[in-house]
Design a protein around this ligand. Structure first.
Ligand SMILES: Cc1ncc(COP(=O)(O)O)c(C=O)c1O
Length: 406
């Protein structure tokens, strides 16, 4: 079978014909009243998440800034963030003048470690950002219990964990507010976009005020006139965004999102069926240990950017897989944030330090983030189930380990 191992219909996020047609129809019709599409998407996404409010945002970075601001984060506060994540989980706190304190990760889940969070809490700590890394839910019971004890807000970044469950609850709905990027590689993918989900009216209203001014005006069907947000509380602010920024989702993304929600649960079912077979094959070989959770009604959602623990030398295993034609990577997807170029590149550091003085992180050690980077390699993320194809990839990964002697 001639087959591109890196680029094929079993691996890629593709837009359906229906999504493409709906987009074309919208563009033909024009975007005059298109903002109403966003409200419809928001209602439908909130229903899917089983939460009270959803806000459709331009991207995950913007949604994180809104969420932090709505949680009251300001200059002088400290926010605890996992050292292993994409920079956008952390740096929006700097723009608000807060200081970011990194916590190490847990070796098994690869998510923020509650023990490390506890060590980082000071009298200035106001919030914890948790990231359900590579689709694996964080230990939310332990995190929420720390947050309650110390009076901290919890912001869940569920960009990697759309549809993932923690003890029966969707990731993104357990803390005070959840945000998720929906950019084109994610499980719930749009041309670009993000969602902010919360059960708190106050957090929702403040997030609207930060970057969605056009919907908070008084005109017909706006969030105020239709009673979605409270006129009495917020009328002094109507007319301008308090964040001096516009964070609204593109209506093309919103209309695709509405359609995607019609089949997203079925998409996740298929991804899970495929990933389950693949990961079970690899575990059965004895050379790999899965990065996944299944017990207690918890799950990996859309398996974004999946990894596996290799018992053999990761570099050698990955080199073999690459020679076979599949682009396998070793280690974490991102820099440890304490080693991010912002710590040593003067231009970056000086720019970010204009908002909040953030130097000296590189001096700290994050043992679990460092150690696990040596143990994990990336695995394909199947978006479609095909037994024959999955067996083919399994064979390559197993052969790679068999041919590696350490
Ligand atoms: C964990 C995480 N948080 C936040 C973001 C930022 O989202 P966006 O790229 O939509 O701004 C990403 C983006 O990929 C991400 O992976």
């Amino acid at each position: 079978m001639s087959f591109d191992l890196n680029n094929n219909e079993y691996l890629n996020n593709k837009f359906t014909e229906k999504e493409i047609n709906i987009t074309a129809d919208l563009l033909r019709k024009g975007l005059k009243d298109a903002w109403k599409i966003n409200l419809k998407f928001e209602r439908k996404f909130a229903e899917y998440m089983n939460c009270k409010y959803c806000l459709a945002c331009s991207n995950g970075t913007a949604a994180m800034e809104e969420a932090l601001w709505a949680c009251g984060i300001k200059a002088g506060d400290e926010v605890i963030v996992p050292v292993m994540t994409y920079w956008a989980s952390a740096f929006p706190a700097l723009i608000l003048g807060a200081k970011v304190k990194y916590a190490d990760i847990d070796k098994k889940s690869l998510c923020i470690s509650p023990k490390s969070i506890k060590e980082k809490i000071t009298s200035k700590t106001k919030a914890i950002v948790v990231v359900h890394l590579y689709g694996h839910p964080c230990d939310m019971d332990a995190i929420m219990s720390l947050a309650n004890k110390f009076g901290l807000k919890v912001i869940e970044d569920f960009s990697h964990a759309h549809g993932a469950l923690y003890k029966g609850r969707l990731c993104g709905t357990i803390g005070d507010v959840g945000i998720a990027s929906c950019m084109g590689e994610k499980a719930f993918y749009l041309p670009e976009g993000a969602v902010l989900c919360t059960n708190s009216k106050n957090i929702y209203e403040k997030s609207c005020l930060f970057g969605h001014y056009r919907y908070i005006g008084l005109r017909e069907n706006s969030r105020v006139s239709s009673g979605i947000i409270n006129k009495q509380t917020w009328q002094d602010y109507i007319g301008a965004p308090l964040g001096a920024i516009k964070d609204r989702m593109n209506p093309v993304s919103a209309i695709i999102g509405i359609e995607r929600l019609n089949h997203f649960s079925a998409d996740l079912f298929e991804i899970n069926k495929a990933m389950d077979l693949f990961v079970r094959n690899l575990e059965k070989s004895g050379f790999y240990k899965a990065h996944r959770i299944r017990e207690n009604n918890s799950s990996m959602g859309g398996w974004y950017s999946p990894v596996i623990f290799s018992k053999k030398d990761t570099h050698k295993v990955a080199a073999y897989i690459k020679r076979a034609g599949f682009n396998c990577k070793t280690g974490h997807r991102y820099f440890n944030l304490n080693e991010h170029p912002m710590n040593y590149n003067d231009y970056l550091r000086n720019n970010l330090n204009k908002f909040s003085n953030n130097s000296s992180y590189s001096l700290e050690k994050y043992t679990n983030a460092d150690q696990t980077a040596k143990q994990i390699i990336s695995i394909p993320r199947f978006t479609k189930f095909n037994k024959e194809i999955i067996e083919k990839y399994s064979q390559i990964y197993i052969e790679a380990a068999e041919n590696t002697n350490v």
